[in-house]
Design a protein around this ligand. Structure first.
Ligand code: CUA
Length: 162
């Protein structure tokens, strides 16, 4: 009798957390998604992936000043590079990346700036971030995209504000 009570308590000690942990995670997900409105960067619009070169604005990738201290980077990803592969902005800039892929699934990660988005063929992604500290930031592809995935990176250079 005494022995089976011990077993029962041990089982309970495992069963209760294994119910409580998923319930807690689901609650956290619900609160952040619907309460705080936190979500992944999502699809902005669609594009025909085989016609990226002919579709504005991706027919002219590059950096544009869209307002005082505001820049837009139109970015295409293709095996195994970004266009443009180097971006220069002054410190204190707010930069919006508008990107898509011309072939397979790629990603764009600028870790210190907390920019992290997938670049999917057929979809346009948009992510906005701010660069206050001058320096060189690697722009990495962080989705495996083939044999030379590890060579797919560019640089974002934040120049001291004049
Ligand atoms: Cu592109 Cu990995």
């Amino acid at each position: 009798m005494r022995r089976s009570t011990t077993v029962y308590l041990w089982e309970l000690a495992w069963i209760l957390p294994s119910i409580a942990i998923p319930v807690g995670m689901l609650a956290a997900l619900t609160v952040t998604a619907f309460g705080a409105g936190i979500h992944l960067p999502s699809q902005e619009s669609r594009i025909v992936p085989t016609k990226v070169d002919q579709t504005p604005p991706f027919d002219a990738p590059g950096v544009r000043e869209v307002g005082p201290g505001r820049y837009e980077v139109v970015l295409t990803a293709q095996i195994w590079s970004f266009a443009p592969n180097e971006v220069r902005v002054p410190a204190g800039s707010t930069v919006t990346f508008v990107g898509t892929s011309k072939d397979v699934v790629h990603g764009l990660l600028i870790a210190p700036a907390k920019a992290n988005v997938m670049l999917l063929p057929g979809q346009v992604a948009r992510v906005t971030t701010r660069f206050d500290t001058p320096g060189e930031y690697p722009m990495l592809c962080h989705e495996y995209c083939g044999i030379a995935h590890h060579t797919m990176w560019g640089r974002l250079i934040v120049e001291p504000a004049s």
